[in-house]
Design a protein around this ligand. Structure first.
Ligand SMILES: NC(=O)c1ccc[n+]([C@@H]2O[C@H](COP(=O)([O-])OP(=O)(O)OC[C@H]3O[C@@H](n4cnc5c(N)ncnc54)[C@H](OP(=O)(O)O)[C@@H]3O)[C@@H](O)[C@H]2O)c1
Length: 318
C-alpha cells in the first residue's frame, strides 16, 4: 500500500456538508513537479462555488476532488527534472490546474515547479497562504486590465474583502488615490490599509457619495463585489471620460452602459507572485486573516466564505 495523507475531499457536487476529511493517497511528484507540504491555504468564494458544481461546465473535473487553490508551504521532494527548488524551500502558489481534482486543503500537493515562487519570508506562512488567488486577481485587474497609474483615482467596490484588501494596497503602492466601498464596520479597516476615502454601500446611493468625493470622475472602477453598487455608480456617471470598469464578478456590462469594460478571471502567474512577495517583504502588503480552520473544518470555512461579508482572509492550516 502507498503512503497516505489527510485531506478534505468530496465525491460529487452539491451541499458543502458532503465534504469529508480522511486519508487518501499522498501525491507523488511527476516530471517537472514538486511535492509541497501545505502549511496554510487561503479559502476563497470560488472554492464553495466549485464544490456546489457551479463551474462544472467551465473546468473539467475528476472525483474525488480536494478543494483549495491557494497554498504556502515547504518543498518536500522534487520530481524528475524539477530543479528550481530544493527540499526545505518555503514557497507559495496559485494552484488552479486545467482539471479540478487535486487541491490544497490537504497535507500535501504536487505542482509543476513553474507554478511556485518563493514565499514572502518577512510575513507569516499563514499570511502568505492568503495571498496568491486574491493577490493575482487584484494585480491582473488593476494593473494588467485597468492600467492604474500614479496620480489616478480608483474606486474599489468590495474593498474590505480578500481581493479588496490586496487591491487597496496595490493601488497605493503605485501612488493612486483609493476610494473603498464596504459596510461601515469596515471603514477604519480600509483606511488602515491605505484607502483615502471610505463609502458605505448600505447607507444611501453609492454613486452619489462617490460623485461628491471625486467630482471629476474616477479613472478606474474595480468591481469585486456582488450587489448593486456598480449599477448605482454607472447611473450616477462617476467614471471619468476615458475611465475603465474592470469586474471580476459580472462578465458583461449592461447594454445601456457605453463604457470601456473588461471582465477578468484570475490566471496563475509566478512572476507576478514574485512581485507580490517583494511588496510583502517591503511591508507594502498586509494580509490580515480573520479566522483559521483545520482541514476538518473545511465545510464550515466554505459556508463562511460564501457569505461574501468577510474581512481580509480565511485560512486553512492542515
Ligand atoms: N473573476 C475572478 O477571477 C475572481 C477572483 C477572486 C474573487 N472573485 C469573486 O469576487 C468576489 C469577491 O471575492 P473576495 O474573496 O474578495 O470576497 P469577500 O472576501 O467575501 O469580500 C466581499 C467584499 O464585498 C463587500 N460587499 C458586500 N456587499 C457589497 C455591496 N453591495 N457593494 C459593495 N461591496 C459589497 C464586502 O464588504 P462587507 O463585509 O462590509 O459587506 C467585502 O468587502 C466574489 O464574488 C468572488 O467569487 C472573482
Amino acid at each position: 500500500m502507498g503512503k497516505t495523507m489527510r485531506a478534505a475531499y468530496y465525491e460529487e457536487f452539491g451541499e458543502l456538508d458532503n465534504i469529508k476529511t480522511g486519508d487518501i493517497d499522498k501525491p507523488e511528484p511527476g516530471e517537472g513537479e514538486v511535492l509541497v507540504k501545505v502549511k496554510a491555504a487561503g479559502v476563497n468564494p470560488v472554492d464553495a462555488a466549485v464544490a456546489r458544481g457551479m463551474l462544472k461546465d467551465a473546468i473539467p473535473t475528476e472525483f474525488p476532488v480536494i478543494p483549495g487553490w491557494d497554498v504556502a508551504g515547504v518543498v518536500e521532494e522534487n520530481g524528475f527534472a524539477a530543479r528550481r527548488f530544493k527540499e526545505g524551500d518555503e514557497v507559495y502558489a496559485y494552484a488552479r490546474r486545467p482539471k479540478i481534482q487535486h487541491g490544497t486543503f490537504a497535507e500535501y500537493i504536487a505542482l509543476p515547479e513553474s507554478y511556485l515562487t518563493r514565499r514572502p519570508e518577512k510575513i507569516s506562512m499563514e499570511e502568505a497562504g492568503g495571498i496568491p488567488l486574491v493577490g493575482l486577481t487584484a494585480y491582473q485587474a488593476i494593473f494588467d486590465a485597468g492600467s492604474l497609474e500614479n496620480g489616478q483615482t480608483v474606486l474599489i467596490l468590495g474593498a474590505s474583502g480578500g481581493v479588496g484588501t490586496l487591491a487597496i494596497q496595490l493601488a497605493k503602492s503605485v501612488g493612486a488615490t483609493v476610494i473603498g466601498v464596504a459596510s461601515e464596520k469596515n471603514h477604519s479597516y480600509m483606511k488602515e490599509l491605505g484607502a483615502d476615502e471610505a463609502v458605505d454601500y448600505s447607507d444611501t446611493q453609492v454613486g452619489q457619495q462617490v460623485d461628491k468625493l471625486a467630482p471629476n470622475g474616477v479613472d478606474l472602477i474595480f468591481h469585486c463585489s456582488r450587489g448593486n453598487s456598480l449599477s448605482q455608480c454607472m447611473e450616477s456617471g462617476v467614471l471619468s471620460n476615458n475611465g475603465k470598469v474592470v469586474s471580476i464578478t459580472k462578465s458583461k456590462p449592461d447594454e445601456s452602459w457605453d463604457v470601456n469594460y473588461q471582465y477578468v478571471f484570475v490566471e496563475p502567474n509566478s512572476s507576478q507572485l514574485a512581485h507580490l512577495a517583494e511588496l510583502a517583504n517591503d511591508g507594502k502588503l498586509k494580509i490580515p486573516s480573520t479566522k483559521t480552520y483545520s482541514i476538518d473544518e473545511t465545510a464550515q470555512s466554505l459556508k463562511d466564505v460564501e457569505t461574501l461579508h468577510n474581512r481580509g482572509k480565511l485560512i486553512i492550516k492542515p
